[in-house]
Design a binder for this molecule. Structure first.
Ligand SMILES: *Cc1c(COP(=O)(O)O)cnc(C)c1O
Length: 467
C-alpha cells in the first residue's frame, strides 16, 4: 500500500464528532462540561490529528485512533480548563511576597470567609435593631479594642486609604511631606501620583537625607491642610540622615491646628524585633506619638486579606466615611470576614501562632534546621540521584517591611545531576501545584520557612520526577 493510501485509510478511520460523543470514555467528560463545549474541543483535536496524519507525524494502526483521541482530549481539557489563578508553594523564603499574593490567611480567617461566601450575612444589617446597618462596624470594633483608637475604617487597600485620606482632608489644599519619603513603594505605589489624583498639592520639604522640623514649619501657610509622614517601607537612607521624631511633628501640627497623618504600610501590631526585624514601627507606637490618623495594609505584616485600614480620631474618620469616594474603595464581605477573624486572633492573643505570616517569621532557625534535615533524609530515600545539603542563609520579610531585615534561616541547596539550576527551577515552576524556589550561586535553594509542612511531600515528588 502506498503512503498516500495509508494516509487516506487513517483519515477515514477517524470517527465523526457525533460518534465520538457516544464513546463512554468521551461521554464521561460531559459530567464536567456541556456537550457543546466538548464538541468544540473534539473538533479542534480532530483537526490537529488530521493534520498530523497528512503530514506524516502520526501513522499508528487505525484501531489506536480512538484511544489517541481520548488521550489528546484529556490533555487538552486538563490544560484549557486549568484555572488561571492557582495556589502555589513558596519556597523562596520571602514571607510577604507581593507577586505571590502576600499573606496566606489564618485557618480561622479562611473559615470565616467561606461561611459568609456561602450564605447571606449581616454585612449592612443591624441585627439588634432589625434595620439597615453599616459594613464598617464589623472590623472597627476589634480595631478600637486592640489599638485603643477612637475610630477605624476599612477600605480596599492601603493605597486607597492614602487616596481617600488626602482627598478628604486636603483636596485643593497643601500637604507637607519630607522629600526623603517620596519614593516608589513595591507594586508601583507612588505617593506623588496618588497625591495628584487626590487633588491635594504636595509641598516637599528638606532634602533626600535630611529634613528638620523647621523645614516643615517654614512651609506651613494658610493653605496647609495636613502634615504627612510616609513610612520608608522598602528602602532605608542610611548614613548622614535626619528626620524629626513623629511626636515632634505631631506637636508642630497641634501648634498650627493641623492634623498629622502617618501612612505606615506594614500594619505591625506585635513586637517583631526578637525575630530579627528591627525598625518596623508598630501601629500602637504611631498612635501613641499622637498622630490623628494612621493607615496600613491588611495583607502585609498584619497577615490578613488585602485591605487598607485607617485608624485614629473619630471626627476625621467620620469625614472619610462620608466622602463619596468611599463607595468606590469599600471592601467586600469576604475581605471583611477574613480581616475580622484575623483581628480576633490578635485580640485573643493567638496571632503569633495562628497568623501564618507571624508564625513563619518567628519560626526559630533550630526548628527550621530540624525540618530541613528530615526533608533531606526523605529526599535521599525518594530521589537517591539528587544531592541535597544544608547551608546557612537568610529569609526576607518582604512586602515593604523593614528593607534591611534578614531573618536567619537554613537553606536546602539542591543539585540534580545533568540539570542546570535554571532547568531545575523551571521544572519546579511547571509542577502542579507550581513550586517557586530561589537560585543562589548557580544552585536551586529552598527555604522551608515559607513552606507548610504538608507541602514538603509535593516538593519531594517534583524532584523525584526529575530523573
Ligand atoms: C505597601 C504600602 C502602601 C500600599 O499598600 P497596598 O495595600 O499595597 O495598597 C502604602 N503605603 C506604604 C507606606 C506602604 O508600605
Amino acid at each position: 500500500m502506498s503512503g498516500q493510501d495509508e494516509t487516506r485509510q487513517l483519515l477515514r478511520a477517524i470517527p465523526s464528532v457525533e460518534a465520538l460523543l457516544n464513546e463512554p470514555a468521551i461521554a464521561r467528560f460531559t459530567e464536567r462540561m456541556d456537550r457543546a463545549r466538548l464538541r468544540d474541543h473534539l473538533r479542534r483535536i480532530l483537526d490537529d490529528l488530521r493534520k498530523d496524519i497528512q503530514e506524516g507525524r502520526w501513522n499508528h494502526p487505525g484501531e489506536t485512533i480512538v484511544p489517541e483521541i481520548v488521550r489528546r482530549l484529556r490533555d487538552h481539557i486538563a490544560l484549557v480548563h486549568q484555572p488561571s489563578l492557582r495556589r502555589l508553594i513558596n519556597a523562596t523564603g520571602v514571607v510577604i511576597h507581593t507577586n505571590l499574593g502576600r499573606a496566606p490567611l489564618a485557618e480561622e480567617a479562611v473559615e470565616a470567609m467561606v461561611d459568609v461566601a456561602r450564605h447571606y450575612a449581616n454585612l449592612e444589617y443591624d441585627l439588634s435593631e432589625g434595620r439597615r446597618g453599616r459594613r464598617d462596624v464589623h472590623c472597627e470594633r476589634w480595631l478600637v479594642e486592640l489599638l485603643g483608637c477612637q475610630a477605624a475604617l476599612v477600605v480596599n487597600n492601603c493605597a486607597a486609604a492614602v487616596l481617600l485620606t488626602l482627598n478628604t482632608l486636603a483636596e485643593g489644599g497643601e500637604v507637607i511631606v519630607s522629600r526623603g519619603e517620596l519614593v516608589e513603594i513595591g507594586g508601583s505605589f507612588r505617593i506623588p501620583d496618588i497625591m495628584a489624583k487626590s487633588g491635594a498639592i504636595l509641598r516637599e520639604v528638606g532634602t533626600t537625607n535630611r529634613t528638620r522640623l523647621s523645614d516643615y514649619e517654614n512651609a506651613i501657610n494658610e493653605n496647609t491642610r495636613l502634615l504627612l509622614r510616609v513610612h520608608q517601607s522598602n528602602f532605608r537612607i542610611t548614613g548622614f540622615t535626619e528626620q524629626p521624631p513623629l511626636d515632634e511633628l505631631v506637636r508642630l501640627g497641634r501648634q498650627y491646628g493641623l492634623p498629622c497623618y502617618h501612612d505606615l504600610g506594614g500594619g505591625c501590631l506585635v513586637d517583631v524585633s526578637a525575630w530579627g526585624i528591627h525598625d518596623e514601627p508598630r501601629v500602637q507606637d504611631s498612635l501613641r506619638a499622637g498622630v490623628s490618623l494612621c493607615s496600613f495594609s491588611g495583607d502585609k505584616l498584619l497577615g490578613g486579606p488585602q485591605a487598607g485600614v485607617i485608624v485614629g480620631e473619630r471626627a476625621l474618620v467620620d469625614r472619610l466615611r462620608r466622602n463619596p469616594l468611599m463607595r468606590t474603595v469599600r471592601p467586600d464581605k469576604l475581605t471583611l470576614a477574613a480581616l475580622e477573624a484575623t483581628l480576633r486572633l490578635y485580640y485573643s492573643g493567638r496571632a503569633e501562632t495562628e497568623v501564618p505570616v507571624l508564625s513563619m517569621l518567628r519560626s526559630p532557625v533550630d526548628a527550621l534546621r530540624r525540618r530541613a534535615r528530615r526533608f533531606i533524609r526523605r529526599g535521599r530515600r525518594l530521589c537517591p540521584h539528587i544531592r541535597f545539603h544544608l547551608r546557612p542563609g537568610a529569609s526576607v520579610p518582604g512586602g515593604g517591611t523593614a528593607p534591611d531585615a534578614r531573618v536567619e534561616t537554613v537553606l536546602i541547596a539542591v543539585d540534580v545531576p545533568s540539570f542546570p539550576a535554571d532547568a531545575v527551577e523551571q521544572r519546579l515552576r511547571a509542577h502542579d501545584p507550581p513550586i517557586l524556589a530561589r537560585i543562589e550561586d548557580d544552585r536551586v535553594v529552598l527555604d522551608l520557612r515559607t513552606v507548610r509542612p504538608d507541602e514538603e511531600r509535593t516538593i519531594l515528588d517534583a524532584f523525584a520526577a526529575m530523573a
